[in-house]
Design a protein around this ligand. Structure first.
Ligand SMILES: [Zn+2]
Length: 129
């Protein structure tokens, strides 16, 4: 399942970061997920909880920031919200020569440690296996 491998990858990266900092618990993980990344919210929440069990993330809250899909037309420069299912042909000139600007993100936005230490602001791409 896509969501399970994603959840496991997130937990592994956050657990590694916690270990490196000597931190014993994680309060909250913020994920940035593009609406076109093919992630089902309920499945992700379910898998995240399972993946956290027995790790320093046990009981951590998952907050997901959904990013809208946007595309731009190379022919006329128009850009638009793709929606879902995504409209990838240019709505202005009908060209298929378009680029996806956003919507496929899968990254850790921030991690809030249980310690009073400030949250890290680092954004890192998730390396899914
Ligand atoms: Zn166009």
């Amino acid at each position: 399942m896509h969501e399970m491998s994603l959840a496991l990858a997130v937990v592994e990266q956050v657990a590694d970061a916690a270990r490196a900092r000597g931190i014993g618990a994680v309060r909250r993980v913020v994920l940035r997920v593009g609406e076109l990344a093919g992630v089902v919210p309920d499945a992700l929440a379910f898998c995240f909880e399972l993946a956290c069990e027995g790790t320093v993330l046990a009981g951590a809250e998952l907050a997901t920031e959904w990013l809208a899909g946007r595309a731009r037309c190379r022919a006329c420069g128009h850009d638009w919200a793709t929606g879902l299912p995504p409209q990838l042909a240019c709505p202005a000139c009908d060209s298929a020569d378009t680029v996806l600007l956003s919507g496929r993100e899968l990254e850790i936005g921030s991690v809030h440690w249980a310690e009073p230490e400030a949250a890290t602001a680092a954004t890192a791409a998730i390396e899914e296996e």
